[in-house]
Design a protein around this ligand. Structure first.
Ligand SMILES: *[C@@H]1O[C@H](CO)[C@@H](O)[C@H](O)[C@H]1NC(C)=O
Length: 379
């Protein structure tokens, strides 16, 4: 499907006036490129700020050698190139590319910067993967895939640098547009009003509130925050981990006031995403009530020497990690065969994306929980 600015404008208008029970119009390629550009702006700014905030010496003090530092510079350059590429593609297609927003990143030192970068790369991979099925034009699909593979390499590099398994499971988890926006929006303070409003919304936040290591079978505390209906009957709420074969359901108990305990199920590993759903027949835009929260599942595998002669000191520090067997993504090792999440086509009409409207504003959600946990573990 080719798109034009008229199509883009039409989509935006349709969303603005959609009635609350109408289904959302299918997201088009222009929307997807704008959405990708929104994420790339965020990533590019994150690295540019980080490399400005922390000196080469700060990184060295944290245990990164010159090669690791230049790898970070290269990653920053990649994100900048992605911004330029998507900007050009949108311009060529007659759309007005979204511009950089104002962001707030909760990174205060090299450790928290790298931990957040690691989480953002994982989200980027899941975002491109989740969007792939919605891209109509094969040229864009290939272009998006060529970005996805690079983001996956960034993710693997940072994961390994931080002592996590580089590829903790055989299949990555695809995230839906709204799921991605839910975890990205807390970092977006405001955007230029001239930016196209995207047909995405943030679900109520879900934060991991303990720093307990998340191993299969362990219990993790989650707190639903901004936007969550505290008076909601929680008796039919379920916890779903998002995987490419569909949700992996996990035991959930509610202790009131938006506080929940979820037991990490087998079948998820690495950077994992859990949502709370009403009922357990699906986990889609139609029944997600909070999340995703981001949870790193699995043991640390230790430091990797290519990150520094003494490796990253953070990751080489002793780990009081349980020695449970790593979980492998698909359990049986079979190919994905379950029902694919179909959320992108069944979303209820939603408020349009407008970071300035305050959706999720001021609340740092699942991402921060994951970063806090990662930094807590690293230090
Ligand atoms: C860089 O520092 C500024 C000013 O302290 C801060 O607002 C911003 O979040 C920091 N960004 C990163 C990525 O560390």
């Amino acid at each position: 499907m080719k798109f034009t600015s008229a199509v883009v404008a039409g989509a935006a208008v349709g969303l603005t006036y959609a009635n609350p029970v109408a289904k959302r119009a299918a997201i088009n390629d222009a929307d997807i490129l704008q959405y990708a550009l929104t994420l790339e702006h965020l990533e590019a700014t994150f690295y540019a700020e980080g490399l400005k905030n922390y000196t080469r010496q700060d990184f060295a003090n944290a245990g990164l050698n010159a090669a690791a530092y230049s790898n970070l510079q290269m990653i920053a350059g990649d994100e900048m190139s992605h911004v330029q590429f998507l900007t050009k593609a949108l311009t060529a297609a007659g759309a007005k590319p979204v511009e950089q927003c104002t962001y707030a990143f909760p990174s205060t030192d090299v450790a928290s910067f790298l931990a957040l970068g690691n989480v953002l790369e994982g989200v980027g991979v899941s975002a491109y993967l989740g969007a792939a099925a919605s891209i109509m034009d094969k040229t864009y699909l290939t272009a998006a895939a060529s970005i996805l593979t690079v983001e996956a390499r960034h993710s693997a590099y940072l994961r390994a640098a931080l002592g996590e398994a580089a590829s903790p499971q055989p299949f990555d988890d695809p995230l839906d547009f709204n799921e991605v926006y839910t975890v990205a929006s807390p970092f977006i303070v405001s955007c230029p009003s001239s930016n196209q409003m995207l047909p995405v919304k943030a679900f109520p936040s879900l934060t991991m509130s303990s720093m307990a290591a998340a191993m299969t079978g362990s219990k993790v505390q989650l707190t639903a925050g901004t936007g969550f209906d505290m008076s909601m009957d929680t008796s039919d709420l379920y916890a779903a981990f998002i995987t490419v074969t569909g949700p992996v359901w996990a035991p959930l108990t509610s202790s009131g006031s938006g506080k929940f305990t979820v037991t990490i199920p087998s079948g998820v590993a690495g950077q994992s995403y859990v949502v709370l759903t009403k009922g357990n027949s699906q986990a889609t835009d139609d029944n997600i009530v909070a999340g995703p929260a981001i949870i790193e599942v699995g043991p640390m595998v230790g430091s990797m020497n290519d990150c520094g002669s003494k490796s990253m000191s953070m990751s080489s520090m002793s780990w009081a990690m349980p020695t449970a067997t790593p979980t492998k993504g698909m359990g049986s090792g079979s190919m994905p065969s379950g029902s694919m999440p179909s959320s992108t086509s069944s979303a209820s009409s939603m408020p349009s994306y407008n970071a300035a409207s305050g959706m999720g504003a001021g609340s740092i959600t699942g991402v921060l929980g994951a970063v806090m946990a990662a930094v807590g573990l690293l230090l």
